[in-house]
Design a protein around this ligand. Structure first.
Ligand code: ADP
Length: 417
């Protein structure tokens, strides 16, 4: 089965084509046939297509909206230019899997999309006004372009965290606001934390209930997740992705009184402060330079920039705080896993995070950290052999889980991982 995986953001569109099916999932033999991204939809967009074994294609072309973008991508997918094995026409695309950011309290597992599900995703727009509308555009466009005969499935970023207990998800505000408006912690990056847990379980041949790990997804957005007995019991993002760790441009945890204080002092509106907390805070805000970790590390090393160092220090400090908190919450963990652009690629940041955490049983091996020891095609170990708590790097692959959930929903097989 060829699954078209779609991840629509406000002005971006990422896609993959994944060949998968129940027997392929069982053998872990499903594979990516193509991938790509369109950025700056609505203007002169930047387009990138990749198919394994071929040079990436980069172009710039006007893309009016998400529908036009998906149309363009599908045309490329079925074209001779892409040369994707086994795909010659639209009929060779058998299903579509959509990443949907917010499923609220009702959509807590992947589901086949029908009108009722679309209404339920619309109901969550209030909770994710920046994300769910873009996801819905993708769903509607794919339906129009591929027809009702091609099944579509929604996979929610929040779903993995639906197992959080009340003590983790409730805020300390009057309970009526939870009841009235569903103000609570939902958590995001769920598919990535689930993927990491799945890979760890496979490597160790554990049953699902045997997985007790702390997953650290460190990218432009960043979150930590406490996975106990295979389920998310706590995570650092909350009502929105703004809470928790310091991120590229998001502030992470702050005292909420700052919002009122700033509106008063700067004479700006609440929504302007909200934009500042989302778009010009975090690494960018502290350094005053960039929200990109790789660039910050360069500034720190080459120019000894003090604020670049400060931003990186706050980032690492916050991750360490959450790791410590989750150890206490879980009463110990088998492993701490790094994923996401920073977690997968930056040995320096991993080292700075792990420094001083030997007290928790995390003994990083400096050499392995620079070149992770491959223990499976998907996992690199970076701790000493006798480290009481394993430390690993597992490159995330949310698209693979979205494709697999799509297959399972189409075949009406319950999701397992
Ligand atoms: P997103 O959350 O948008 O998916 P990614 O997971 O791709 O983002 O992570 C992007 C972040 O990873 C950027 O801050 C980038 O600088 C950082 N990054 C990627 N490679 C490296 C590297 N080798 N060293 C340090 N940071 C890196």
């Amino acid at each position: 089965m060829n699954v078209f995986v779609l991840n629509c953001g406000s002005s971006t569109l990422k896609f993959q084509v994944v060949e998968t099916d129940l027997p392929l999932i069982e053998r872990d033999a499903d594979r990516r046939l193509a991938s790509g991204i369109i950025e700056r939809i609505g203007t002169q967009a930047l387009v990138k297509y990749e198919a394994p074994g071929k040079p990436a294609v980069r172009t710039a072309s006007p893309v009016r909206d998400h529908r036009a973008g998906i149309d363009m991508v599908l045309r490329w997918v079925i074209s001779d230019t892409s040369g994707i094995e086994g795909i010659r026409s639209m009929a060779d695309i058998h299903a579509v899997g959509h990443r949907v950011v917010h499923g609220g309290e009702k959509l807590i597992r992947s589901v086949g999309i029908d009108d009722d599900v679309i209404h339920q995703i619309e109901d969550c727009i209030e909770l994710a006004p920046l994300h769910n509308p873009a996801n819905l555009k993708g769903i509607r466009a794919a339906r129009e372009l591929l027809g009702d005969g091609v099944p579509q499935v929604a996979v929610f970023d929040t779903a993995f965290h639906a197992t959080m207990p009340e003590r983790s998800y409730l805020y300390g505000i009057p309970y009526q606001y939870y009841r009235r408006y569903k103000i609570r912690r939902y958590g995001f990056h769920g598919t990535s934390h689930r993927y990491v847990s799945y890979r760890y379980r496979k490597w160790k041949s554990l049953p699902r209930e045997g997985v007790d790990i702390i997953s650290l997804h460190l990218g432009n957005g960043a979150s930590a997740c406490a996975v106990q007995k295979g389920e998310s019991i706590d995570t650092s993002m909350g009502f929105t992705p703004l809470e928790g760790l310091l991120m590229g441009t998001r502030c992470g945890d702050i005292d909420p009184s700052i919002v009122e204080f700033l509106t008063h002092m700067e004479g700006v509106s609440v929504s302007e402060v909200d934009t500042m907390l989302n778009k010009s805070s975090g690494l960018l805000g502290i350094s005053g330079l960039t929200g990109d970790m790789r660039e910050l590390l360069e500034e720190e090393e080459e120019k000894q920039d003090r604020r670049a160092r400060l931003a990186i220090d706050v980032f690492c400090h916050r991750v360490r705080k959450y790791v410590g908190a989750y150890f206490a919450e879980m009463g110990g963990a088998q492993a701490v896993v790094f994923t996401g652009g920073i977690g997968e690629n930056s040995a320096v940041i991993r080292e700075r995070i792990c420094k001083g955490l030997e007290c928790l049983g995390m003994r990083l091996d400096a050499e392995r950290n620079r070149a992770p020891l491959p223990v499976s095609p998907h996992i690199g170990v970076i701790c000493e052999d006798n480290s009481p708590v394993e430390i690993c790097v597992i490159p995330t692959n949310e698209e693979l889980l979205i494709a697999r959930d799509t297959v399972r929903c189409v075949h009406d097989v319950p999701r397992r991982w």
